[in-house]
Design a binder for this molecule. Structure first.
Ligand code: ZN
Ligand code: ZN
Length: 336
């Protein structure tokens, strides 16, 4: 596909989409865009996460009786599926688009591939090895821990669990609103770990990947990984059911790849491509202090003035904000 029909490429070969990022249309009163937005909201990302959730419910989780007590057998089984699932999903995007490079740099925001930039900030000087090891030895075990703890709570009646058969509309609404809860939770923890000194201690590890690839998605400090997956614990407080809680976690865990794909579209056939929805978070990795949240379902970035839609105007606004911040810092520091 000709990516220049959809965007521009600069002198260094970095590609950017022509269309600015937009927050959800109902915040802008663009009611005519609602239908198309709703379809993109459901398909394909959230439909895939729901299919994965159902697969866990029916094929992976043991009977409730078993989950009443922690046991290596069921915990390790869930862990093996989590690790295997990430290996398959993240690994196949990495393999086809970063190793085999099936579409070259078409629709790729950064013209370079991480493997071309060895750096001392990474274990073994390799972004890929570093990110891969952190994913499998830090983040996925914490994901499993939060998941099994929540399931154990459910099995023991700890929390506000309701029967979906008795409250079908509430549970359906909760599932539909799970991405909104995700955006608010993620914005809050993400903004917090960008503040000093947390940034240096915790979040700088994730930001070592300025040019992220799928393995960067879960490359996190343990504190960040725990806070990230702890999103599922909200379902102990709000009236919920396992399917909604699990969907929350599944879409967080498997969805972490979305912002780190590095390509704006993934080509399926010669003339067909799917939108990756990766640009919002790509800009965060590029500029750090913008787009702390997601796509603007709950546009906290817009409300707090940290939204970057990829346009020149947003660039100017961001630079102005950085200038003001620098001035404030200089005013606070006494002259020597
Ligand atoms: Zn990231
Ligand atoms: Zn960040």
């Amino acid at each position: 596909m000709d990516d220049l029909q959809f965007g521009t490429r600069d002198k260094r070969g970095n590609w950017a989409p022509a269309k600015p990022l937009e927050i959800a249309p109902f915040w802008l009163g663009k009611w005519s865009a609602l239908g198309r937005w709703l379809i993109a909201y459901l398909w394909p990302h959230n439909a895939i996460f729901m299919a994965i959730t159902l697969a866990y419910m029916y094929f992976v989780l043991p009977p409730v009786e078993v989950m009443k007590t922690f046991g290596w057998e069921w915990v390790l089984r869930i862990h093996a599926v989590n690790a295997g699932g990430v290996f398959l999903l993240y690994g196949s995007v990495e393999f086809f688009y970063y190793v085999r490079r099936k579409q070259g740099t078409r629709f790729k925001y950064n013209a370079k591939f991480p493997s071309e930039n060895p750096s001392d900030v990474f274990w073994f000087k390799s972004q890929n090895i570093d990110n891969f090891l952190r994913t499998f030895f830090i983040s996925i075990p914490l994901w499993t821990a939060v998941e099994c703890f929540t399931l154990w709570c459910f099995a023991n009646g700890i929390g506000n669990w309701v029967d979906p058969a008795e409250h079908p509309y509430w549970i359906a609404a909760l599932i539909l609103l799970a991405p909104a809860l995700h955006e608010v939770h993620f914005f809050c923890i993400h903004w917090a770990i960008h503040q000093p000194p947390l940034y240096k201690w915790i979040h700088s590890i994730h930001h070592n990947s300025i040019n992220p690839s799928p393995w960067s998605s879960m490359s996190m400090h343990p504190v960040e990984a725990f806070a990230f997956f702890a999103e599922m614990l909200w379902h102990l407080l709000i009236p919920s059911a396992p399917i909604a809680a699990l969907f929350q976690l599944t879409s967080t865990a498997y969805g972490a790849i979305v912002g780190h794909i590095g390509f704006d579209k993934l080509e399926v056939t010669e003339g067909q491509a799917v939108d990756s929805h990766a640009y919002t978070h790509y800009l965060h990795h590029k500029y750090f202090e913008v787009n702390y949240g997601g796509d603007g379902l709950i546009p906290l970035d817009k409300w707090f003035g940290t939204w970057h839609d990829g346009t020149k105007a947003a660039d100017e606004q961001m630079k102005e904000r950085f200038r003001r911040k620098k001035d404030r810092m200089a005013a606070k520091t006494p002259a020597e």
